[in-house]
Design a protein around this ligand. Structure first.
Ligand SMILES: [Zn+2]
Length: 283
């Protein structure tokens, strides 16, 4: 499942092709993904210029000149493929072979310069919607602050977690407080901050909250940099945006030595998900 750094990497990959560009043509190959596409999806997009391509939590937001925003979520297995190799190619009636749809290609955006952006999603947990009033929409009105924005700070974490008996890890995964944090990067941030995932969220002091907010930002930014290095390939035809390998310090390293103290990394199931941690280094 793509986490926030992957989604941000996808956004940065799509930016040069989509932001400021006009959608010339849309092919919608099924009626639904996780949810049905909105009514007249194709007609509402065709001809519209994309004014900006931003991200909120794990949603990609293409703000259209029509006043609507195209909201895209990658679900479990969604990815975008950019083909900018033959600008103008789709104007030819026959069409080049590499533009033939592949299995699980569900939506294809043809931009006015001929670039083609294809959405592929084998498991179809992703979705697309067209929304006018983003701030008051059910998807967005209750989500918390951005972990990469200016709002995240030690003081914010301290205040948000005060009095909370829930485990620290659960509080960090609560999307109503900080949005877009998933299992992998919460495990990593807690390890870097030397904080135990099981301690009460409300037990942090200001110094710990500062360290935690800094490490959250750090692990996400490192992952985005790692993802960015994969972007070098995408403009050459078949680069699929969305997933990349990244080295983790504790995540998925059960039994391997802690990078700080060499004790084996432990795994414990917490709310149905694996928590990886070092019992010596994290208190
Ligand atoms: Zn350790």
């Amino acid at each position: 499942m793509p986490e926030l750094p992957e989604v941000e990497t996808v956004r940065r990959g799509l930016l040069p092709v989509m932001e400021g560009a006009r959608i010339a043509r849309v092919e919608q190959r099924r009626a639904d993904l996780r949810f049905p596409f909105p009514e007249n999806f194709v007609a509402r997009l065709q001809g519209a210029q994309i004014l900006s391509l931003t991200r909120r939590a794990k949603y990609l937001l293409a703000t259209l000149e029509t006043g609507e925003t195209l909201v895209m979520h990658l679900g479990m297995s969604g990815s975008f493929l950019i083909d900018a190799t033959q600008p103008g190619a789709f104007h030819h009636a026959s069409g080049p072979q590499h533009l033939e749809p592949k299995k699980h290609d569900h939506v294809r955006f043809e931009m006015s310069d001929g670039s083609v952006v294809t959405y592929n999603d084998p498991r179809r947990f992703g979705f697309m919607n067209l929304i006018t009033d983003l701030a008051n929409h059910a998807l967005f009105k209750n989500i918390g602050i951005e972990p990469l924005g200016n709002e995240l700070s030690g003081v914010f974490v301290l205040n948000a977690f005060t009095g909370k008996k829930a485990p620290l890890k659960a509080a960090l995964l609560d999307q109503r407080i900080i949005c877009g944090l998933g299992n992998i990067y919460v495990c990593e941030a807690l390890f870097r901050a030397r904080l135990a995932p099981f301690r009460a969220a409300g037990s942090l002091n200001l110094a710990q909250a500062e360290t935690l907010s800094n490490t959250i930002r750090l692990v996400l930014e490192e992952a985005i940099v790692a993802g960015g290095s994969t972007l070098n390939d995408f403009s050459h035809a078949d680069g699929t945006l969305g997933y990349f390998q990244h080295c983790f310090q504790v995540y998925d390293r059960e039994g391997e030595p802690c990078v700080i103290c060499q004790a084996p990394v432990l795994r414990k199931v917490q709310s149905g998900r694996s928590t990886f941690y070092c019992a010596h280094c994290q208190v």
